[in-house]
Design a protein around this ligand. Structure first.
Ligand SMILES: [Zn+2]
Length: 393
């Protein structure tokens, strides 16, 4: 079984919008109440309190108006968050805020309470909600759950999680005939392939980012104009509360729309790039780099790209996997950029990231840094496939 989520844009009517917002509010409310009670209990008893939403329904009757599964899922999420915290995988669970947190709730499919039709998504308690079904759920798959969310720009989406049987896998050519491509995460480009092909993030993303900057500047100027002074801790005193300034709110909305536009465009582009690769080769080899560490350091402006590349890697991985193909991670310490792709000698002097082109001291081949690294990754992939022929990664 493979799990796959399909995300649809929803167009709820007025009553449905109201209901969704109520669900988001209740999910946030119950999260915060449970977190508070758990924390208080932990302080005195040093044990984790087990809680269910039922306990709160008597004190807060409005919780009964929304989907009870939405509340039950909050309980599971919160327990998961505490588990992650105790296992030191993440920080302490935080309180959710109306402004900062993503507005969403998750519900489960119980005997067809969640389903997808031609033009709508059916959800418990609210029924059919108009939606654009841009892609059908594969036949024979089972719907597990649905997550409704609202973006900062006020758009509604529903992500439907399905279980798909994975017995339909095409057979792959023999190991020697497989098309293997090395992919090097590159700094001026987005990636460079061992075929010499490189992809840059499209220039219109840069254009949108410029636009975003301009609008953000406008907003900060508007806020500046509304400040009458500062309190001791540099906290501004506003002439009027920001919520009442219609123009500031309007500007904030405008910025949220641009942010979403950029995210959507980047997402779309990553899907298309990874699809191209996934369809054209049988195995890809990537460097096992720590992208989180990379975005933390400011090396060569890679930081701005790192986010997009992580997304690209995830998409590529599942697109390969669903075709039964291979994604091979070269060892973190594999010196892909220092080896000569022709004769195999190691040249540590090219460690310096500023060197873009170099000549091999042994065989005299002229190398482009990134293409050479990608070729080495491909060769490494061939080696791994030969020694580990049966492993599907
Ligand atoms: Zn050489």
């Amino acid at each position: 079984m493979i799990q796959r989520a399909y995300k649809y844009r929803l167009y709820p009517d007025k009553a449905q919008t109201e209901y969704f917002n109520k669900c988001f509010g209740c999910a946030r409310f119950i999260w915060n109440r449970m977190l508070e009670d758990k924390e208080k209990y932990y302080e005195t008893e040093h044990k984790l309190l087990r809680l269910t939403p039922a306990k709160y329904k008597d004190d807060y009757p409005f919780l009964k108006e929304v989907d009870s599964l939405a509340l039950a899922n909050v309980q599971l999420d919160l327990e998961g968050a505490f588990r992650a915290f105790f296992e030191k995988r993440t920080g302490r669970p935080r309180y959710k805020s109306k402004k900062r947190s993503r507005a969403s709730y998750t519900t489960n499919n119980q005997n067809g309470t969640v389903s997808v039709t031609d033009r709508s998504v059916r959800l418990p308690k609210i029924g059919y909600v108009k939606a654009v079904i841009h892609r059908d759920i594969p036949a024979g798959s089972k719907i597990k759950s649905a997550t409704v969310s609202r973006t900062a720009a006020g758009r509604y989406y529903c992500s439907v999680l399905c279980e798909i049987p994975d017995d339909i896998r095409p057979s792959l050519p023999a190991a020697e005939e497989r098309k293997v491509m090395g992919i090097d995460y590159s700094s001026p480009h987005f990636y460079v392939g061992s075929t010499g092909h490189s992809a840059d993030e499209p220039h219109w993303l840069r254009i949108q980012e410029k636009k975003l900057q301009r609008e953000q500047k406008k907003l900060s100027r508007m806020i500046q104009m509304n400040i009458s002074g500062y309190t001791g801790k540099r906290v501004p005193v506003y002439k009027r509360p920001l919520e009442e300034c219609r123009n500031i709110q309007k500007q904030k909305r405008k910025i949220a729309v641009i942010h979403e536009k950029i995210a959507n465009q980047r997402n779309d582009w990553c899907h298309k790039e990874s699809r191209k690769i996934a369809n054209s080769c049988d195995a890809v080899v990537l460097e096992d780099i720590d992208l989180r560490g990379l975005s933390g350091s400011l090396r060569l402006g890679k930081a701005t790209n790192a986010n997009g590349f992580g997304m690209f890697r995830t998409y590529l991985k599942y697109k390969m996997e669903e075709q039964g193909k291979y994604v091979i991670m070269a060892d973190r310490f594999f010196p892909s950029s220092q080896i000569c792709g022709v004769c195999g000698c190691k040249n540590p002097s090219v460690k310096d990231l500023k060197i873009r082109k170099w000549v091999c001291p042994d065989c005299g081949t002229e190398h482009d840094r990134d293409i050479n690294a990608a070729i080495n990754l491909r060769n490494e992939g061939f080696r791994i496939l030969r020694t580990n022929n049966t492993a599907v990664i």
